[in-house]
Write a protein that binds this ligand. Structure first.
Ligand code: PMP
Length: 398
């Protein structure tokens, strides 16, 4: 049989055109075998309701009609009872709630359903990198607006809008932003929604850490009575990312298109997982769970940042975030490369992520690193900080 040279390639251009950001693993070099990983954003196993989930699973499967529902196909929009529970917490009609396979899935569906190729989407700089990848898939043009101590710099956004910037959507993590841990101030939340209405863009608020406030009062969420606001959230940080369960609260006009798209991709989130989580939250223990988890992460935040300040002294600027699981320390001396520090840290047995991995344009992000304290106990966090101190000292002497 003869072959031709014009056989089609195995992969579609949609995939081969994706630009691959630098692989984080290759940045770190040698890693000590007993390394403490401060890299992930996962919750601590001891903060998750294991026993209650065992009980909820048994309850769901022991009841034949319920088991039949849990093991069958179900509605595209999601489990009705779970949507009602979410809608009551978010203060919206359940018709606006769609259950997804986690927050990232809800974000992908939202951007693919509302942004055309070539449209501009505003993101925070630094940004949660997986969303930057989703925007690549949606063929969006990315406009980066810096984050400062009060979160996204909304005044800077306003200046650019006044100067002619036209955006289709904006992505923001209002509470305990990944990676900086910062909180968008109340005034900026209000102004952002006003700007969205004035200029006609969609504000996509992604708030997976909002329940994990360790200190201070919770701020009001971005105003969902505006038809320019989407809320995305997830059970990943409270019940476990392995459940792959999250949701979007959408403007009513967006729901049908979002579900049309969804029906062509995955149909619906796992019926079984939704039944189990509906059973769990229906038991009324969710608020108690997140209060205990928030207190645990708060203790860990203070332990880690205090220990880091002690280990690195004036070389580091760090404070405990008010919630979430990320510290965002800054190396004060500009002559010290944070990438070199992360490599030295890996060799000394601690994995952290250099800030440049989250940067779009921001030169400031490259002065920071992200360290997740959520999954490690007190002793491990103190040990990690001591190793980071050694890593810094070795860097200074080489
Ligand atoms: N958004 C942000 C800001 C996150 O930090 C994460 C998890 N690291 C996600 C979304 C993804 O959440 P999920 O696992 O529910 O998809």
């Amino acid at each position: 049989m003869t072959t031709t040279t014009s056989l089609p390639p195995a992969l579609a251009a949609r995939v081969t055109d994706l630009r691959s950001p630098s692989a984080f693993g290759s940045v770190l070099g040698d890693v000590r075998s007993d390394a403490i990983a401060l890299t992930g954003g996962s919750p601590a196993l001891e903060a998750l309701p294991r026993e209650a989930l065992v009980a909820a699973t048994a309850t769901v499967l022991a009841d034949a009609p319920r088991a039949a529902r849990a093991l069958d196909y179900s509605a595209h929009q999601g489990h009705a009872g779970l949507r009602e529970w979410i809608a009551a917490r978010e203060g919206v009609d359940a018709g606006r709630v769609v259950i997804s396979n986690g927050a990232l899935h809800a974000l992908s569906l939202t951007f693919l359903a509302t942004v055309d190729p070539g449209d501009t989407v505003v993101v925070e700089d630094p940004v949660y990198p997986l969303v930057a990848k989703v925007l690549q898939l949606a063929e969006a043009r990315v406009e980066a607006v810096p984050v400062d101590a009060d979160g996204l710099d909304v005044a800077e956004l306003e200046r650019r809008l006044e100067a002619g910037l036209r955006a289709r959507a904006l992505y923001v993590v209002p509470d305990f932003h990944n990676p900086t841990g910062r909180v968008l101030s109340a005034g900026r939340r209000e102004r952002l929604v006003e700007l969205a209405e004035l200029y006609g863009f969609l504000v996509v608020s992604d708030n997976p850490y909002v329940e994990l406030r360790g200190t201070g009062d919770r701020l009001a969420d971005l105003d969902l009575s505006s038809d320019r606001v989407v809320h995305v959230n997830t059970f990943s940080k409270t019940l476990g990312p392995g459940l792959r369960l999250g949701w979007a609260v959408l403007p009513a006009a967006v729901v049908p298109g979002f579900l049309d798209l969804r029906s062509r991709l995955d149909q619906h989130a796992s019926s079984l997982t939704q039944e189990i989580v509906a059973e769990y939250v229906g038991g009324g223990a969710f608020d108690e769970l997140v209060a205990a988890a928030s207190a645990l992460y708060r203790r860990r935040a203070v332990t880690f940042t205090d220990a880091l300040s002690e280990a690195l002294g004036d070389a580091v600027a760090v404070s405990a975030p008010d919630g979430g699981v990320f510290a965002w320390p800054r190396l004060v001396d500009d002559r010290v490369s944070v990438a070199d520090f992360a490599r030295s840290a890996a060799a000394n047995g601690v994995l952290v992520i250099p800030g440049e991995q989250f940067a779009v344009d921001s030169p400031d992000a490259a002065r920071h690193f992200r360290a997740s304290f959520g999954q490690q106990n007190k002793e491990t966090l103190v040990e990690a900080a001591a190793r980071l101190g050694t890593a810094y000292a070795e860097l200074e002497t080489t």
